[in-house]
Design a binder for this molecule. Sequence first.
Ligand code: UT7
Length: 353
Amino acid sequence: MADVVTRDDLLQLGARPAPEPAPVRRRWPPRPTGLRAGIFGVGAALPERVITNADIAARLDTNDEWIVRRTGIRERRNLADGQPLAELAARSCERALIDAGRSAADIDHVIVSTITADRVTPGLAPDVALRIGAHGAAAVDVNAACAGFLYALDQAAALVESGRARTVLVCGAEALSRLTDHEDRGTAILFGDGAGAVVVAGGEMDLGCGGFELHSDGAAADLLYAEVDERKLRMEGSEVYRHAVARMVEATFAALERAGLGPTDLDLFVAHQANSRIIEAAAAELGVAPERVALHVEHVANTSSASIPLALWQAERDGQLRPGDTVGLAAFGAGFVWGAGIVRWKERVHVCA
Ligand code: UT7
């Protein structure tokens, strides 16, 4: 059974004081257009190659028991040598489109959150748009590390709410195996590759998908980074751990307050899947019951900005998530950047602007 660390534990362990939380503005202001954004379909794709804890323990000074106890991770997926990440991303987008009952022709904007695009430039999004047949659609990459999917979702919702786009594909796609130091036992065990996507369009449900608490603290950049030349993730793990719990809890409380809800209103809490202990600690501080928490690190590890859509997809397959559910999303990553949002899971009616 993994340990659960509370905020008091973290403070006693000497956690650095948090930056001042942003003031909470009560309730979201009415959208000037009256339009609401909603989430429709979800899709995911994982590479076939499985790397188990035993595979890593065979070449590094680590073991399955330590990795499972400290992280909840048993295995991760890696892209095959030479396999483009765009291929995986496009597959997740095609599945999301099918789930949403939409076609590529409906898409007028593709946003891909990634820190591991196939090339420095162009970004992943134009390649994804090409592969799925969304010819001529706007296509842009977002880099907000492990919080990138929330930032991309926020931008998609803003495009729909403003009337600038009708249907937006939001994809989180990562090949963290390309940024991992495979000789460093402190990080080699943590990361995996994967892609997940959702379709955002005009919706009718009250909460929909609009209203995220997003923040940053650039002063903490040296605690989690990858340099351009070295291209290896470096992390002060336990320091990042403490901040991840505190910031995701703060942001989720703020997002709940702005939505006029409390933690017990959440049908599911889906946090960035970095480490099961981080997620369990955050849920315990929020007061969300364990059965309402998505835990999806066991077979995929930390897939950075792909982790939230992958967890949503898995939760739906497991029957943990149903249309109309109220879902708390929270993420934290390099920057630091972090955030949270409360969304209603799955619109059925597509409202055209
Ligand atoms: O996605 C962006 C956000 N990222 C995160 O949120 C990750 C945050 N951090 C974490 O998940 C955890 O800090 C880790 C899983 C990275 C590490 O767990 P920890 O409980 O914080 O361990 P630690 O770094 O404090 O290390 C404890 C001990 C050390 O040994 P000593 O100094 O106590 O003798 C490490 O050297 O565990 C040792 N250790 C390992 N032992 C076996 C570190 N990595 C390993 C390993 N196998 N793979």
